[in-house]
Design a protein around this ligand. Sequence first.
Ligand code: BGC
Length: 376
Amino acid sequence: MSRKILAALGSVVLALSMAACSGDGAGGGGNDSDKPGDLTIGVSMPTQTSERWIADGNSVKEKLEAKGYKVDLQYAGDDIPTQSQQVDQMITRGADVLIIAAIDGTALSGQLQAAADAKIPVIAYDRLIRDSPNVDFYVSFDNFKVGVAQATALLVGLGLQTKDGGKGEATGPFNIELFAGSLDDNNAHFFFNGAMETLKPFLDAGTLKVKSGQTKIDQVAILRWQQEGAQKRMEDLLTSSYNDGSKVAGVLSPYDGLSRGIITALQNAGYRGDMPVVTGQDAEIASVKLINDGVQSSTIFKDTRLLAEQAVVAGESFLQDKTPQANDTETYNNGVKVVPSYLLPVQTVFKDDIKSVLIDSGYFTAEEVAAGQAKG
Ligand code: BGC
């Protein structure tokens, strides 16, 4: 691959050779092996059990292919050795850039070293890859703000706060329970920290009470973000802490899949019209229907189309030997270095927002929302 050879030759030769090219467009033209059709982008996604990752994978692939690049898209079935192996294969098959959404943010150091040795730039997609100097760029959403938005949605749902940030009419006290995502996902910590900072004044004042007493992330985390894990933990909480006739009023849930597990546990225990305020994330279609039906209270919408676009922009920059443009160079320290990042904003969706945020933007149709199923 001429790109890699150029990279190895150093910046002076590179600058000269770039100057000799026409300069615009992928690969700069002029050299056959710089044509998009000769360049392959390896895209490693964690799982197909959550529809957001399917949407992410499809969007990245479509956008890259529309520009003429070859795409090697793999899903790892939430299995760490499978993901390591898939990334290894992408490297040996000659990927020119890697875009990786890691299952375990600390498990890919070996692969990233191999990528660095082969001069393959690595973009961490939505989930930061930790403990490696070989992460070149990070595209994600503002994950701390996701947590703030989730906790704020819980406060609004309970009536303690208004949507515009004012004081709500409710006074509490309310029993709540907390959930977090998978501890090996860097994002889980950002979500939880953002949420806890927002809830702290209410917990300190006694307006909110975590009846189980489980307030530490390692007590409330759900391995691999699994719906069944959340359902089981909610069942255990109901048995251990709510067998005295007391009720749960709110549940902080960081992901729609977990929210559905939590809701199932609550429904099995007899909650109906008194369903607690349950938050979420990702605007998964099954949960958007639950929100539309008044069962789940809210979700956080992360437009995967925009994230995919940013990954493509960053990938193309690397292919043109440019530095992708970051909008955050402070927040994401992966344990070895601060990784330059491009962070996108998020939107909270309550029932009233489904039309304006999800339907009018073309993310879902009204029919899909009513059916709780995306046509794909
Ligand atoms: C993503 C979330 C997603 C979660 C579970 C996180 O890394 O940022 O959007 O809900 O993984 O898939």
